[in-house]
Design a protein around this ligand. Structure first.
Ligand code: NAD
Ligand code: DAU
Length: 354
């Protein structure tokens, strides 16, 4: 039996990954370590209650003693590290937590793993996969070619810089200690369970309440969108078949300027909820994000050629599936959109979005 430590498994991608693993690797034991920050939600994991293949532990990836005890208690031979502070706008408002969790947390997890795996025989196939982002490569111009894994790092926001720092630490553990690490750098994810602060679920939830949808600048910034299930499949593929010490870009091949993406999202919502009327009227241009990266675009030739992975869900299908998931989880959404969330919105956007 393989025991995998998944960090951040009560957040957006982590939740999807844990369900993906339980379905596709039912004989694996999942230890799910999550601090349950504002972005983590135990309710996401309700369907796993009573499942002996999933053990949830509330705790901090920066807490070395806790990590050591998990390695002593469980025969962990795979680590998939999602836990992070992830929202660029919050990193601009208050970067400290990003350095603590993304840099120090990753460092502590690397150290605990390195110590524990001194005892693990090579044939156990031990592997540590660090989940990172396309933002480490920095901003591209509209005419630039997509970046490969060899592109220099040029992070813009405190979030991106903290992820870049973590990536380099992870790489150093391969070079220095020969630790079996892998890194994935992925583009923008969307799908079920995404916290409603990110562009897609935020626009969707504002539209459902007939409230303004803020678009930064002119809405011309380009992101590459990937349905979260495709990301989960890529992470498992790299974990099982990737070459240790290597980095793999994961992208959706669906570049869209923000304004057009929100247009597609609202059209998908309108199809299922025609009663909401003309939703484009809600689009409201607001001052730009400081240091806003113009475009991200990844060359995904390496993972496609070396491991045979490709995205399978089109943007149209992914948006349809996302909209219908949010429509059928109205209570989940309304619980998240109260309390501290409203204070965050006020701080980030002012009164206009409330
Ligand atoms: P998220 O914000 O939805 O979830 C993060 C999770 O980490 C939460 O459950 C939170 O409680 C947990 N967490 C935060 N600090 C912690 C700590 N100190 N100890 C333990 N747990 C902690 O994030 P997400 O969007 O699911 O992203 C997951 C990972 O994927 C991150 O590393 C992120 O950088 C990376 N990533 C995300 C995207 C995207 O589009 N969302 C794209 C590429 C890469
Ligand atoms: O590229 C991968 C990254 O994607 C991940 O590493 C991050 O964790 C994740 O948060 C995401 O970062 P972005 O900054 O690209 O995502 P966000 O949803 O915040 O914004 C997407 C685009 O939409 C971006 O150009 C900013 C813009 N935007 C966002 C919000 C929240 C708006 O115009 N208005 C908004 O209100």
């Amino acid at each position: 039996m393989i025991t995998v430590l998944v960090t951040g498994g009560a957040g957006f991608i982590g939740t999807n990954f844990v369900y993906f693993l339980r379905k596709n690797r039912p004989d694996w034991q999942v230890i799910n370590l999550d601090l349950l920050t504002y972005a983590g939600n135990l309710e996401n994991l309700a369907e796993l209650q009573g499942d002996p293949g999933h053990i949830f532990v509330q705790g901090d990836v920066a807490h070395r003693g806790l990590l050591d005890s998990l390695f002593v208690r469980h025969a962990i031979t795979r680590v998939v590290h999602f836990a992070a502070e992830t929202h660029v706008d919050r990193s601009i408002l208050d970067p400290a937590a990003f350095v603590r969790t993304n840099v120090l947390g990753t460092f502590n997890l690397l150290e605990a793993t390195r110590q524990a795996w001194k005892q693990v025989p090579e044939q156990s196939g031990a592997r540590f996969l660090h989940v990172s982002t396309d933002e480490v490569y920095g901003s591209l111009n509209f005419q630039d070619p997509p970046v490969t894994e060899d592109a220099p790092y040029a992070p813009s926001s405190p979030y991106a810089a903290s992820k870049a720092a973590a990536d380099w630490l992870v790489r150093s553990y391969f070079r220095t200690y020969g630790m079996p690490i892998l890194i994935t750098n992925c583009s923008n994810n969307y799908g079920p369970f995404q916290f409603p602060e990110k562009l897609i679920p935020f626009s969707l939830s504002q539209a459902l309440e007939g409230k303004p949808i803020p678009i930064y600048g002119q809405g011309a910034n380009v992101r590459d969108w990937l349905f979260v299930e495709d990301h989960c499949r890529a992470v498992l593929t790299v974990l099982e078949e990737g070459q240790c010490g290597e980095t793999y870009n994961i992208g959706g091949r669906h570049e869209q300027p923000n304004l057009e993406l929100v247009g597609l999202l609202l059209a998908a919502l309108q199809e299922l909820r025609p009663d909401l009327g003309d939703l484009k009227r809600l689009i409201t241009f607001v001052p730009d994000r400081p240091g806003h990266d113009q475009r991200y675009a990844l060359d995904t030739g390496k993972i496609e050629q070396a491991l045979g992975w490709r995205p399978q869900v089109s943007l149209a299908e992914g948006l349809r599936r996302t909209v219908s998931w949010y429509l059928s989880h109205a209570e989940w959404l309304s619980r998240l959109r109260s309390g501290a969330y409203r204070a965050y919105l006020r701080q980030q956007y002012g009164e206009i979005v409330l």
